[in-house]
Design a protein. Structure first.
Lengths: 116, 228
């Protein structure tokens, strides 16, 4: 419950884009959002902390060709939950208790195990 | 600055980022100096940009290998098209303004990653670094101090939780639409097609995924905000 109080009323429909851009989900639109990102990830353990740009390859125009495929992790549990939410949304209903409870449990579990 | 080049007394180390970009833009006439300027430019901004690439790529289910590739592609774009315009910058601090510009290039590269076997060559419609709306040109110098780290972490926790119930496909559709919407652009048809192929979805499914993801995130925030 204290967790919910901590979260309550901070992010809403009016400022979600602002925070998505500040927290590394979208690119920052201004210097405040960039400064928030820098502060938030200042002590993050970057895997690429020692990586550098291949300046010579860029200048020579032979940056390695590559092909990448997106690694989509299909999560049947999530898809089922979304389907339930979709059905509720279609009918314009209030979320049933069991769905709210499931969301809470999942978020609680995530909060306990999240790296940041 | 051309005089300095002629006299071979360019001080790249103490040159501003925008001056380095200007020298880079002279690569046809002064290739050696342009290369030196580009080398200095990369060493100045690479660490910050590569790290941001790592975080953004996580959101798109890409790993650090792909993050380094898109970071390289971003610098390759700067080498190829050194078009940074300080007059359009959204920060008085040149380094910050350059980083904001490069992050738009980077994000475009992430969205387009995999479409070709090389760095993406976005059209102006696809390119998030092409600014088209009047609002985008307004300088956003906000006097507010940055929140404390603990407060920022709470924000990140909320967003992570809101995204938790979304599949990877939902997340990618949601963020891609948001990226164009917040730049005042409609999602280009080519990007929409790319999403269809990449995520193996039909155009209608993409729309449904977008709506579902929006509803899910807003529902989560609503639930969080009413629970006291």
């Amino acid at each position: 419950m204290s967790q919910n109080k901590k979260y309550s009323g901070i992010i809403d429909v009016n400022n979600i884009d602002e925070w998505l851009s500040s927290a590394g989900f979208l690119f920052p639109q201004n210097e405040l959002q960039l400064a928030r990102f820098n502060e938030l990830y200042a002590d993050y353990d970057f895997k690429l902390k020692d990586a550098s740009i291949d300046v010579k390859a860029i200048i020579k125009g032979n940056l390695c060709a590559f092909k990448t495929t997106l690694r989509i992790i299909e999560n049947k549990e999530i898809n089922k939950e979304i389907e339930e939410l979709r059905m509720v949304a279609r009918k314009g209903q209030v979320l049933p208790d069991h769905i709210i409870e499931k969301m809470k449990q999942k978020h609680q579990k995530n909060n306990n195990g999240e790296e940041q | 600055m051309i005089q300095e080049i002629k006299e071979e007394r360019m001080d790249f180390e103490n040159m501003s980022g925008s001056d380095l970009i200007e020298v880079i833009s002279w690569k046809e006439e002064y290739p050696q100096e342009a290369e030196q300027a580009f080398t200095m430019f990369c060493s100045r901004y690479e660490k910050s940009l590569i790290q941001k690439a790592e975080i953004y790529c996580l959101r798109y289910a890409y790993n650090e290998v792909e993050a380094l590739l898109v970071a390289n592609c971003t610098f390759a774009r700067v080498w190829k098209y050194p078009t940074f315009d300080i007059k359009k910058a959204k920060s008085k601090n040149i380094d910050t303004a350059i980083m904001l510009w490069m992050l738009r290039i980077l994000y475009t590269q992430i969205i387009l990653l995999g479409r070709m076997n090389t760095c993406a060559e976005p059209t102006s419609e696809e390119d998030l670094s092409v600014i088209t709306t009047v609002n985008e040109l307004i300088e956003f110098h906000i006097g507010n101090d940055v929140e404390k780290k603990n407060e920022l972490k709470v924000m990140l926790e909320i967003l992570n939780s809101a995204m938790l119930g979304l599949s990877e496909k939902h997340k990618i559709v949601y963020l891609t639409y948001k990226a164009y919407e917040q730049s005042g652009k409609n999602i280009p048809r080519s990007i929409s097609k790319k999403l269809q192929g990449q995520l193996e979805l039909t155009q209608n499914s993409i729309r449904v995924y977008k709506l579902d993801a929006n509803k899910h995130v807003l529902n989560y925030l609503e639930q969080t905000n009413v629970t006291k």
